[in-house]
Write a new protein. Structure first.
Length: 408
């Protein structure tokens, strides 16, 4: 069940469904989407490849909760609305199908509501993927603001784990999985690490990629990839690039659609235009397809992850790790924690331009770059095909009645 398709939701849903189908598992995908939504194209194509196994039910997006309220009141309203939505979907589409397993690719719509109210799926077995809990951050050394209602969220989270119909809760949050294992022997079997997969395929040569992108092949390139917003730290990276101390042999590549007005205004400033005119900055302001990603990461020498106010994990961090590109990252959140834990690059206080420049100079040192690229023991994400097989195995081997199971 997946009520929204923005961001990572549509591609995640697609490769998860495809993985189940490859294992011969019958799948019904219930999605919240208008019928002409282009984000459903890849998922829809699976109905042709697996006509006997796959069925898709589309629910008009007008019926999906859209709460704009902030803070605790917004959280309560939003979580209850999604809990009620899933309960209604289950009653309508899963009635009489007791052998089905219900899977939520994103449990954070109503994670704490499920802990408080119980499963919206009645007697159906279910599993889910969670990405957003933060009540454990400070105890696990993750630098982040203390979340509101942290103790209450912790209690509701562990109450959710005690539900008998819950097969497994997956998470891409490494500190969360470690935290559960440390504090509860009873609960640790219910939570499994599920890091984001990466499948960029073979990379073209660095020189070829830089030429295709019209970058200086004699210079190093710092890549900022994804939607270009203020939270990605665009401003601090460009201010660093404009400083006198910034290495003369390092250029910046921004690749992704400009997605907020603050960043659009920033990129229109005269001093930013001067960086572009001098060849120190290249901006690709448009959606980047998956087919273009290998060229970007091949051309990159360093990947920027100096995000601000972003405390969850990052798919770009996984892509950088998979392609052995060192990162210049915030010291905060899961990005900072994983970068430091696994030796993926340098972390820095991104509010200080001088610290950013200093860390970048350290990354450009030949000895450090060689170490990062040579160390095969560094954490490397799994390929999508590996994770697909693992997901199907986790769900089916965690049940008492494996054969003939269906996933919804």
């Amino acid at each position: 069940m997946e009520p929204t398709l923005g961001g990572h939701h549509a591609p995640y849903l697609t490769w998860m469904v495809e993985g189940f189908l490859k294992q011969g598992i019958m799948v019904t995908a219930i999605v919240g989407s208008d019928h002409d939504d282009k984000r459903l194209q890849a998922l829809s194509e699976l109905t042709h490849g697996y006509p006997e196994l796959f069925k898709m039910i589309q629910i008009e997006s007008a019926g999906i909760p859209r709460s704009q309220r902030k803070g605790v009141p917004g959280l309560l309203v939003r979580e209850y609305a999604f809990w009620k939505l899933f309960k209604g979907w289950c009653e309508k589409y899963c009635e009489g199908k007791s052998d089905s397993i219900i899977f939520l690719p994103y449990a954070d719509y109503c994670l704490y509501a499920v802990g408080l109210l119980g499963s919206p799926f009645g007697k159906h077995r279910w599993a889910a993927l969670t990405m957003r809990p933060s009540f454990h951050y400070q105890e696990m050394g993750v630098i982040a603001p203390k979340p509101s209602l942290a103790q209450l969220k912790r209690r509701l989270f562990f109450r959710l784990l005690r539900q008998s119909q819950l097969i497994r809760l997956l998470s891409n949050d490494e500190p969360l999985v470690e935290y559960v294992s440390q504090v509860s022997d009873r609960a640790k079997g219910k939570v499994t690490l599920f890091p984001e997969p990466v499948d960029l395929g073979p990379l073209p040569s660095k020189i070829e990629s830089k030429r295709r992108l019209e970058l200086n092949v004699e210079h190093l390139t710092v890549l900022l990839y994804g939607a270009l917003t203020a939270r990605k730290g665009v401003s601090v990276l460009l201010r660093a690039a404009a400083s006198r101390e910034f290495p003369a042999n390092v250029d910046v590549l921004l690749a992704g659609r400009v997605s907020d007005e603050e960043t659009r205004k920033l990129l229109s400033l005269a001093w930013v235009g001067e960086l572009v005119a001098r060849g120190r900055l290249k901006i690709i302001d448009r959606f980047i397809s998956a087919a273009e990603e290998p060229v970007l990461f091949s051309a990159a020498d360093i990947v920027w992850l100096g995000y601000q106010g972003h405390y969850s994990s990052s798919g770009v961090l996984c892509q950088a790790a998979a392609t052995k590109r060192p990162v210049l990252a915030t010291n905060e959140g899961l990005i900072g924690w994983q970068t430091s834990r696994h030796g993926l690059g340098r972390t820095v206080d991104v509010s200080k331009v001088e610290d950013v420049v200093g860390a970048l100079i350290g990354l450009t040192e030949k000895s450090f770059a060689e170490l990062v690229n040579r160390d095969s023991s560094r954490w490397t994400p799994s390929r999508i095909s590996e994770v697909q097989a693992s997901l199907a195995d986790i769900l089916l081997t965690s049940t008492k009645s494996d054969y003939g199971a269906k996933v919804r």
